[in-house]
Design a protein around this ligand. Structure first.
Ligand SMILES: [Zn+2]
Length: 257
């Protein structure tokens, strides 16, 4: 644990904020170190934050809002931050190669092998689907009937603040906290069942775009300002032949209203 970053309750009296509702203080959430108490007005956007989705860490004194430039300059890893930003774009984390598929922010996850595998959404007019066609079988256990599979959110969002942007992962349990529940799966390779999964996935994808990018207005997404919490941590560089670690940013601690 990063002892130096954790602010004890006795050191920082909480702001009284009736609108904040029940206690939002989480002692396990470290602070960004640049501005431990003072909330800079320069970090704020004049536009109010979205109401439909926000961080659960809403106390401005305990969890000051950082800007993307602060976060990029931070050298302490792991760390956690709060920021207000619009979503510039979202896209699948592991897009399959070949024909561009429909945007799919959801993957199959093999519970046995604990690994995701790509789930390719076909255009609606495509031929009858089979598991072999529309999803790559889990490479680990060769499961072709979804016996070990569940659906999980797994995608990348570009958060945008003035001229700065931050690429973040939105996935797994952290995504489940604020995105619509995904349908449970049971073992099948029946084309009708697969079609149903496909349709539910399609609906969930549309909701993801609606929630993160906002409603369509005059042909453009409204892209609301969202109050986020993001954590950074180091992972092994997964690129072939690459050495060392890369810092990944991942959304956590969010709720929908
Ligand atoms: Zn497997």
């Amino acid at each position: 644990m990063e002892q130096g970053l954790i602010q004890k309750p006795s050191e920082a009296p909480r702001a009284v904020d009736a609108a904040a509702g029940p206690s939002t203080y989480h002692p396990s959430m470290p602070q960004i170190i640049q501005h431990p108490v003072v909330v800079s007005s320069a970090n704020r956007d004049d536009v109010p934050s979205a109401q439909h989705l926000s961080t659960t860490y809403t106390d401005d004194l305990c969890y000051p809002v950082s800007n993307i430039a602060d976060i990029a300059a931070n050298i302490m890893v792991p760390n956690k931050f709060r920021l207000r930003a619009r979503v510039k774009a979202i896209f699948p984390r592991n897009p399959p190669t070949g024909t561009p598929p429909m945007a799919n922010y959801i993957c199959f996850f093999c519970k046995k092998c604990e690994r995701p595998y790509v789930y390719v959404l076909q255009p609606i007019s495509s031929r009858t689907l089979t598991t072999r066609d529309n999803a790559k079988t889990c490479h680990g256990c060769k499961d072709t009937i979804l016996a070990e599979a569940e659906l999980r959110y797994r995608f990348i969002a570009i958060l945008e603040q003035n001229d700065n942007s931050l690429t973040v992962l939105i996935s797994d349990r952290q995504a489940d906290e604020f995105l619509p529940p995904l349908p449970p799966l049971s073992p099948t390779n029946n084309p009708n069942d697969l079609k149903k999964i496909e349709n539910r996935t399609r609906e969930a994808n549309e909701k993801v775009e609606q929630i993160l990018l906002g409603a369509m207005m005059d042909g453009q997404r409204s892209r609301p300002v969202i109050d986020w919490t993001v954590e950074c941590y180091a992972v092994k560089n997964g690129k072939k032949g690459a050495k060392g670690e890369v810092v990944v940013y991942s959304v956590f601690g969010m709720k929908s209203s």
